[in-house]
Write a protein that binds this ligand. Structure first.
Ligand code: NDP
Length: 292
């Protein structure tokens, strides 16, 4: 029997509608329009598309957005100076530095310089630490998107074995941290999983992935998770976005996985749309925190 398709696009739309209502209520009460400032360094085509999509999403929910475009040869000091200016600008509630940055700029120096209360990507070490301790200020956008899909599709997580393939700072590691939390203090009931994290040095990966009740792929290799790596009836969440000659594909061999999984996210239209929705979520949360 074919797996249930987990409609990330639909869930993201629903969340954006909720955020739109929240934004208008916040504006009515405070007289303040929440504002997200995005910084784009260089001309990377994929980054330009991502930033444009974020601007459009802001517009849809009533959040103001500003885009600071800097040339590819911008140096670290110049970028730090702009972030410093945005950190102290009371009209700006959230700051987003579009990654990747050009290789001559140290990403950690830049991300560490964003004010923790304006860090809507949740990359600042203070915010990462708060997530690890189970008392988050902001949840990282893509992992939060995954958790929202599971939560809103009524997929039980508590006590189940979640296997996360990938340990990046942006997806795999924070997601594993969120799934293992003791309580639902993340604001959603998606926690209490037994979590295994796999990476490129993992020995006998297929044996481990076949033990997953919930298998999450965040690898960056097209169709890497093949059908023999999936336990029949498992829930499969595909975070991967890979550009191939056949268009965008995920990290999972989707067509084959459909036949064994109980539920699966498509690519595109799965986790991707949630990432932007959760950025908006953090921006209105930031505006609230700064208004008290
Ligand atoms: P990274 O390249 O930072 O991390 C990839 C991870 O996969 C690493 O931990 C790596 O292990 C692991 N890995 C690589 N090869 C193997 C292998 N052969 N076996 C097991 N593990 C392996 O990628 P990201 O986490 O940033 O992104 C992952 C994917 O998710 C990409 O396709 C990206 O485009 C997509 N993505 C999607 C988003 C969305 O909105 N849907 C947002 C962000 C990313 P090691 O640490 O050992 O190198």
């Amino acid at each position: 029997m074919a797996a249930q398709l987990l409609d990330g696009k639909g869930i993201a739309k629903q969340i954006q509608m909720e955020i739109k209502a929240e934004v208008s209520e916040f504006m009515e009460k405070s007289g303040v329009t929440p504002c997200l400032a995005a910084i784009l360094v260089g001309e990377d085509p994929a980054s330009q598309v991502y930033v444009r999509n974020k601007e459009r999403a802001c517009e849809r929910v009533g959040i103001a957005s500003r885009l600071h475009r800097l040339p590819a040869d911008t140096n670290e000091a110049e970028l730090l100076a702009l972030i410093d200016q945005l950190n102290t600008d009371s009209a700006v509630n959230g700051i987003l530095v579009q990654l990747p940055l050009p290789s001559h700029i140290a990403e950690t120096n830049i991300l560490d310089s964003v004010h923790p209360l304006k860090d809507v990507d949740a990359f600042h070490p203070e915010n990462v630490g708060l997530v690890v301790q189970g008392r988050p200020r902001f949840l990282p956008c893509t992992p939060h998107g995954v958790v929202q899909i599971l939560h809103r599709c009524g997929i039980e997580i508590s006590g189940r074995h979640a296997v996360v393939v990938g340990r990046s700072e942006i997806v795999g590691k924070p997601l594993a941290n969120m799934l293992v939390q003791r309580t639902s203090n993340l604001g959603v009931s998606a926690a209490n999983a037994t979590v295994t994290v796999c990476h490129s040095r993992t020995v006998n990966l297929p044996k481990i992935t076949r033990e997953a009740d919930i298998l999450i792929a965040a690898i960056g290799h097209p169709r890497f998770i093949t059908v023999d790596m999936i336990k029949p009836g498992a829930v499969v969440i595909d975070v991967g976005i890979n550009r191939t000659d056949d268009g965008l594909v995920g990290d999972v061999d989707f067509e084959a996985a459909l036949e064994v999984a109980s539920a699966i996210t498509p690519v595109p239209g799965g986790v991707g749309p949630l990432t932007i929705a959760m950025l908006l979520w953090n921006t209105i949360a930031a505006a609230r925190m700064q208004s008290v």
